[in-house]
Ligand binder design. Sequence first.
Ligand code: ZN
Length: 248
Amino acid sequence: MGVAELAALMRERRPCVVLTGAGVSTESGVPDFRSPEGLWAQFDPLEYGSLQAFRDDPEKVWRFYAPRFSMLTEAEPNDAHRALAELERRGYVRAVVTQNIDLLHERAGSADVVEVHGSIRTSSCPRCGATYPLAEVLPLVERTAVPRCARCDGVLKPDVIFFGELLPVEALERASRLAREAKLMLVVGSTLEVQPVAGLPLETLASGGALAIVNRGPTALDGVAMLKLDGSAGEILAAVARELARAS
Ligand code: ZN
């Protein structure tokens, strides 16, 4: 499976920077929105997942989004999240850059998480700018499907990046800097097809770092990776963490 090789690479080039995609969350039962079988293959993102759709008809977007929003909060971290948190505590991981919005890295104990697509941690009112934590928004979503601002009655928008919305500049700049400084970038559960995040491993390579990939199925950058492990992120990362614990 290549576990020993990946563990050796992570020891040699520690601390690595980890880039995670939907494949890490699907093992927690969170559906992959952007895969060929994912949500946005069944529903037009321009109608339900874009910034313009939200501006045009936020209530329609929320009625579509509400059950999925609740489901996100019910998912639990899996072995991949737990292994990455443990490896960070032991000095093998510097930071986790993630496209996932579900907070599962943080809930598993990862301390340094860069969320390049935002997260469900907060929702904001586009009208007056008030921000509300998930604990206040979730009951509103579950009760009414359309959470509204307590101050001005505007429809709240989750602070996740919608299609057509710019990625958060600060998070993206930090991710880019981490990628350039990394002697090893470990990509987990991403096919590396969504830009600009998919360009981060190329920044690592251009700065002389190496790339390792753990993913089910091929990715766009398999050809330039030093190591590619095909399989379950949870199984592989748990095995790598055990291997590194044994060796140290
Ligand atoms: Zn408001």
